[in-house]
Design a protein around this ligand. Structure first.
Ligand code: NDP
Length: 331
């Protein structure tokens, strides 16, 4: 396992990390969650990702119980939460129970710590931008949580480069700690932000990235190729129609089918190739994996060794197969 700096910060994260969206506290039993975390930790993973909204707080409880049971040294792993959506789901949320106001960020942080049974969070993300809260309020609150020892690094998720820069400008103006990292979606089918939009701010503010959905929720495993439709998969879970409608379409499947041919030629499985491709991007600090079974995680760890098979020629062949190189405007 390689460890990469989270942007320009001193923090080192394992190049592969483990997330818990949809799985922990929902799709899988707590025993499987424990097995996944053990397997990850034993393979060198030092970052576990979570959020207040995941399984409405249950995911953090499950993860916290495992961390407590395992008794791993607290300084040997990092753990995150994210604030914005609240832990109740939008339909049950009262004013101030979501968003990025001082009140909600403060309360979300303490509630997450309680669910995790931890004293501090290593990473704390603003899960989405909040158009109704002045950016000054959010930056001040995150800074204060750091000085109070409740969180160590703060960041954003699905913010634009401009929004991230606004946060940095406020931080600079008041000598506060700005966002260290962004959590964007990044995979072979979703590339623009990570490859083009953030290009400048990797250099200027030294942005780190913890990227999500490297397998596009399973599309890039090839299991939906050629009209297949596995019933025991995330996209066929009850209530996930919105995601399935978004992900299973002609252009995504056609790209997945073309990449599968390259994976076969290289003697790699499709998920391994897709994850190794993300790892090849030096602006990715860590690729967050999701898994519903330990066999999947074991397979996905092979991406570390597979990186060396992704030579410039192979990367070019993948580029041609994908035919979705993000456009870079040069004026
Ligand atoms: P992926 O796109 O990699 O999807 C993971 C899912 O794909 C698994 O749960 C499993 O689902 C399937 N899968 C994984 N490996 C294999 C394999 N080898 N063979 C077959 N199927 C496989 O990642 P996620 O979407 O889970 O994202 C990773 C993490 O990122 C999340 O857990 C979460 O922590 C974070 N995240 C953050 C977001 C944000 O807004 N900040 C949004 C989304 C995620 P199944 O078996 O059910 O098909």
């Amino acid at each position: 396992m390689e460890y990469r700096r989270l942007g320009k910060s001193g923090l080192q994260l394992s190049e592969l990390s483990l997330g818990s969206w949809i799985t922990f506290g929902k799709q899988i039993g707590n025993n499987i969650a424990e097995d996944l975390m053990k397997l990850a930790y034993d393979n060198g993973v030092n970052f576990f990702d979570n959020a207040e909204i995941y399984a409405r707080g249950e995911s953090e409880k499950v993860m916290g119980k495992v961390l407590k049971k395992m008794k791993w040294d607290r300084d040997s792993y990092t753990v995150s939460s994210k604030v914005f959506f609240g832990h109740r789901g939008t339909e049950n949320t009262k004013p101030n129970q979501n968003g990025l106001s001082r009140k909600h960020i403060f309360e979300a942080c303490h509630q997450a710590l309680e669910r995790f049974q931890l004293d501090y969070l290593d990473l704390f993300f603003c899960h989405r931008p909040d158009k109704n809260t002045p950016i000054e309020e959010t930056v001040w609150t995150m800074h204060n949580l750091i000085t109070q020892g409740k969180i160590l690094y703060w960041g954003t998720s699905e913010w634009s480069a401009q929004e991230i820069m606004e946060a940095h400008m406020v931080a600079k103006q008041y000598s506060l700690i700005g966002p260290t990292m962004e959590q964007p979606q990044y995979n072979m089918l979703h590339r623009d932000k990570v490859e083009v939009e953030f290009d400048q701010i990797y250099k200027t503010v030294g942005l780190g990235t913890t990227i999500w959905s490297p397998l596009a929720s399973g599309i890039l495993t090839g299991k939906f190729n050629n009209g297949k439709n596995p019933v025991d998969s995330r996209l066929n879970m009850e209530g996930m129609d919105w995601l399935k409608d978004n992900m299973v379409n002609k252009s995504n499947i056609s790209r997945a089918e073309k990449v599968e041919v390259i994976a076969k030629e290289l003697g790699l499985s499709m998920p391994v190739l897709a994850i190794a491709w993300c790892l090849k991007n030096p602006n990715v600090s860590t690729v967050m994996l999701g898994a519903s079974k330990t066999a999947q995680l074991k397979e996905n760890f092979k991406a570390i060794a597979a990186k060396e098979k992704l030579t410039p020629d192979v990367m070019e062949a993948i580029e041609k197969a994908l035919n979705n190189t993000p456009v870079r405007l040069m004026f």
